[in-house]
Design a protein around this ligand. Sequence first.
Ligand code: PBG
Length: 328
Amino acid sequence: MSTVPERRPRRLRSSAALRELVTETRVHPKDLILPVFLREGISEPIMISSMPGVQQHTPDSLRRLAVRAAESGIGGLMLFAVPETHDATGSAADAPDGIGQRGLRLLAEEVGEDLVIVSDLCLDEYTGHGHCGVLATDGTVDNDATLDRYTSMALAQAEAGAHLLGLSGMMDGQVAACRAALDAAGHTQTGILAYAAKYASAFYGPFREAVDSQLKGDRRSYQQDPANRREGLLEAELDIAEGADVIMVKPGLAYLDVLSDVAQAAPVPVASYQVSGEYAMVEAAALHGWIDRDRVIDETLTSIKRAGADIIATYWALEWAGRWKDSL
Ligand code: PBG
């Protein structure tokens, strides 16, 4: 005996127009931030082999990319600098004419009216040992000595014109320390985007090539254990209490539960970072013809937004914004 359903959810799926009308989640180009790499001492852009389509830029090629980004209507750019020299304290990181500051200045001048310019405030690109902070004599990462380096970087990046400082080092107290230093120097309008919940993830693999990472070993003494969900909330609460304007959960797709928890609890905007390994996996599968690349990209971005992200950092930002425009 067949029963006749009283409720028919399929009714609202019966035409494209109905589906569009009742869709719960829409990604918009303004939600997206494009991470970009500027490498010191090169005369031509260099392809990053583990991230097809992503390059280490020269100042000129970065400038051209930034103009395209502004025209595409995305929300912002996040700059990672790849310096020529490394040392124990990462001394190029806060040099006024260091590669990071030069890049921020270039971006702020070229597209600072149209795009939010986000810095990366971390030492790992600059240190010879590749850790995100300075080392104590016993070889561990020294939290409080690192804070002194971070506050100095904060001032250098604010002076170079960054709108939001991307604190990605996972040192305890980094938001409070940088906020105090910025305010004391009169940079009251420079914001902080705190990587609140950042996990010690293997999904960062391709990024390490992108920034010529010097790291031997791992970051488990400061980045979070992928097994810990509740701890994501603690990190978010602390960063908000310390004055973070925006907080981030990183990586993206494998951490949607953490993102959802944080987004429900946070009274500030929440960002998610779809990281290099997430990008590389999709590109590699697509290269084999094993997935429908564009639909998978769309689905990942939609899922990250559905989980609660207001902002998504993604290497597909420009491309996705182009497709969005074409679909109008
Ligand atoms: C550290 C940093 C990392 C990423 C962004 N900032 C790597 C790490 O923590 O080892 C990874 C981004 C990506 O994988 O796309 N400053």
